[in-house]
Design a protein around this ligand. Structure first.
Ligand SMILES: [Zn+2]
Length: 105
């Protein structure tokens, strides 16, 4: 599975796409999380807006033993669709779907 090398919270100097919701969710001046992973001999960065960062632990827990390959945007989407009416996490799930709704569904 991907190994997290480091994680930084950065204040954006320009707009970024969030790798998880693909919205241009990070505007200049907002903070975001940049995680650096190594997987399969490859080093890559994973950029997330604060809102996606906040649900990452929920998605990881939901995936349980399935995340050996790493968690993709599709997994977040599936989690959000399954939890949109969840009493605790429904609001975060619906917010995710709203952020990602620019995509074909
Ligand atoms: Zn996001």
């Amino acid at each position: 599975m991907p190994v997290l090398l480091r994680e930084k919270t950065i204040v954006a100097r320009k707009a970024h796409h969030c790798d998880t919701c693909e919205a241009t969710a990070i505007s200049a001046g907002e903070s975001y999380s940049r995680q650096t992973y190594v997987y399969d001999g490859r080093v890559y960065d994973w950029i997330q807006c604060d809102s996606c960062r906040a649900i990452a632990a929920l998605v990881f827990t939901w995936m349980e033993d399935w995340y050996d390959e790493g968690i993709s945007r599709d997994d977040y989407m599936e989690w959000a669709r399954e939890h949109r009416d969840h009493p605790l996490h429904g609001e975060a799930a619906r917010a995710y779907l709203a952020r990602a709704s620019g995509e074909s569904q």
